[in-house]
Design a protein around this ligand. Structure first.
Ligand code: HEC
Ligand code: HEC
Ligand code: HEC
Length: 106
């Protein structure tokens, strides 16, 4: 790659569009591969398990874009209730009179 002449994406748009796990286009992920990859292979340099919010249980199967809406990764809330308030409000049995600390129940 020659600085100033082309962006990675100019040559690698097909790679980007062809991704399935995760589907970068659907997740509106950055089109700057260097944010997560090097030029030696497509292995991601990013590992979610090293963040303050490791993915466990059902979250492993959850599509990135369900938590990172619009491809925004920075500042994603990490308290259960931030994302699951609708679940909390939608409960009927028992009604939502418990605490909002989901961790205490899981
Ligand atoms: C001028 C076109 C061009 C540009 C710009 C470009 N690449 Fe490539 N890249 C290629 C070609 C051609 C290959 C080899 C064929 C392939 O694997 O798609 C390649 C291969 C790769 C591979 C695969 C290596 C492997 O063996 O699996 C990675 C990763 C990669 N490029 C990353 C990048 C990154 C990151 C940038 C920007 C910093 C970039 N490329 C810029 C043309 C380009
Ligand atoms: C269940 C929700 C959830 C899912 C699914 C999820 N993430 Fe995250 N992600 C988070 C939370 C919460 C954080 C914030 C962690 C922190 O505070 O450091 C985060 C942080 C990140 C960050 C770091 C952002 C920063 O601050 O720089 C990246 C990058 C990221 N996730 C990428 C992904 C990718 C790629 C996927 C899909 C393979 C994914 N995430 C799936 C919840 C999720
Ligand atoms: C950044 C947003 C986010 C955060 C933070 C988050 N979740 Fe989730 N969670 C999701 C999404 C999106 C799904 C998948 C869609 C759904 O089932 O609601 C999910 C799914 C789940 C499921 C599976 C639901 C089912 O019906 O299969 C459980 C259980 C769950 N989360 C528990 C938790 C707990 C406990 C915490 C706190 C430790 C937490 N979540 C934090 C976004 C989040």
């Amino acid at each position: 790659m020659f600085e100033g002449t082309s962006q990675c994406i100019d040559c690698h748009l097909a790679d980007y569009n062809g991704t399935t796990d995760p589907d970068h286009e659907a997740a509106q992920m950055s089109t700057k591969p260097a944010e997560c990859h090097t030029t030696s292979n497509w292995d991601a340099t990013f590992d979610h398990q090293t963040t303050a919010f490791p993915l466990t249980g059902q979250h492993v199967q959850t599509a990135c874009q369900q938590c990172h809406i619009g491809g925004v990764f920075e500042g994603t809330p990490s308290q259960c209730i931030d994302c699951h308030l609708a679940d909390y409000n939608g409960t009927t049995d028992p009604g939502s009179r418990g605490g909002t600390d989901v961790d205490s129940l899981s």
